[in-house]
Write a protein that binds this ligand. Structure first.
Ligand SMILES: *Cc1c(COP(=O)(O)O)cnc(C)c1O
Length: 396
């Protein structure tokens, strides 16, 4: 495999070597079922508990408030469906227009098939919420407020604690999709009115297929996956033990590396941003410059197709994402950038770079060297053949 410069960490991350090593014995030697009566299984149950404590510590929660799931999507579904099931008298959901599909499409589905009313929150040109609109849309009819903690495309961070307080004043439950913030910014859920918080292992250097849902003590709960008595009857099914152990190890590492994430990684991101803005004409950063995750840079290059940029970068081994949801052969521009009112000419040429603590200065310098030439070339041959675009358009 050729060497890659991996700058797509908001899509998924590498499993940290320490995480992999922590998981290994749970495939090969310690493969017991934590529910078994024998000590072979019992010792595994203790590791599952230790991992739960580690994750709880990262969130500022207590271990009993953590339920393991298969990932961010299941955690979001569990929280949203539980909030509605336990609040049958209320028929309204408040959510932002820039949620991840895990929330966005479930809310649309609930509106279409179950008659819920979704009150959508808009964002401004910087990708920020209008708190007056938040106050106006949350009411005593609201069953659930679902607002992501930070946006996966732009990295913009929302004032979740403040929104959770407003939700509580109206007796609504508060859910936040925190998949992009866990491990990147400090979190202390015990000091907030958040009822549900979703996270995903593979966004913080644990494997794919493991995640967790924080459920605040005292929150009414209705399970999504019903089966055995695992997870104190809150999520049936034999535990994904290696995944859980991996998530616990990743949480411990995230705590240790939180400072680095906000210093070295942020500096690398800022270096990339500054150099690209200096060297490439007609480009702009998408999203608020300050209220933003330290690892994310969404940048719109006008008059170029994002997919063409991605293809050219891919030839150089650079991995990033475009601002288009490249599904079913159509180049739908990103719902996030559209909601921000990013001009048409820049939406299509938007690229998201997302770094991690494994990103290096050399990698950033490589992108800074290669990208200006790519953009210049693509602009010189524009309009780029649309057939070539659709040919590289695969699900991502
Ligand atoms: C990746 C992601 C998810 C989905 O998590 P999975 O574990 O892949 O299901 C949900 N929300 C956000 C913001 C994400 O970035």
């Amino acid at each position: 495999m050729k060497k890659v410069v991996y700058l797509d960490n908001n899509a998924t991350t590498k499993v940290a070597p320490e995480v992999f090593e922590a998981m290994r014995p749970y495939f090969t030697e310690r493969y017991g079922n934590p529910s078994s009566m024998h000590s072979f299984g019992g010792s595994v149950a203790r590791e599952v508990s230790a991992a739960r404590r580690s994750l709880a510590e990262l969130l500022g929660a207590s271990p009993q408030e953590i339920v393991y799931t298969s990932g961010g999507t299941e955690s979001d579904s569990t929280a949203i469906l539980s909030a509605l099931a336990t609040n049958p008298g209320r028929r309204e959901i408040v959510a932002t227009r820039v949620e991840h599909p895990a929330v966005l499409n479930l809310c649309k589905h609930l509106a279409r098939t179950k008659g819920y009313i979704v009150r959508w929150l808009s964002v401004d040109k910087d990708g920020m919420l209008d708190m007056n609109e938040v106050r106006n849309k949350i009411s005593d009819e609201t069953a659930l407020v679902s607002v992501m903690w930070a946006n996966n495309e732009t990295g913009v961070i929302f004032p979740i604690d403040e929104i959770a307080e407003i939700a509580q004043e109206h007796g609504a439950l508060m859910h936040t999709d925190a998949v992009q913030v866990v491990g990147k910014i400090p979190i202390k859920v015990s000091e907030s009115n958040i009822n549900f918080l979703a996270l995903s292992g593979h966004k913080l250097h644990a494997p794919k297929g493991i995640g967790a849902l924080y459920i605040k003590k005292g929150t009414r709960f209705s399970p999504f996956v019903i089966g055995g008595h695992q997870e104190s009857d809150r999520r049936g099914g034999t535990e994904n033990v290696p995944g859980i152990v991996g998530l616990g190890a990743a949480a411990a590492l995230a705590r240790k590396n939180l400072v680095e994430e906000n210093t070295r990684v942020r500096q690398l991101r800022d270096r990339l941003q500054k150099a690209l803005l200096e060297r490439i004409p007609a480009c702009r950063v998408n999203g608020h410059l300050e209220r933003r995750l330290p690892n994310t840079l969404s940048i719109g290059f006008e008059y170029v197709e994002g997919e063409a940029i991605l293809m050219r970068m891919d030839e150089k081994g650079i991995c990033a994402s475009s601002g288009s949801a490249c599904t079913s052969g159509s180049l739908e521009p990103s719902h996030v950038l559209r909601a921000m009112g990013v001009p048409f000419t820049a939406v299509h040429g938007s690229i998201r770079f997302s770094l991690s603590r494994f990103s290096t200065e050399e990698e950033i310098e490589f992108v800074v060297r290669e990208l200006p030439g790519i953009i210049e070339f693509l602009r010189s041959i524009s309009p780029f053949g649309r057939d070539a675009l659709s040919a590289i358009c695969t699900v991502h």
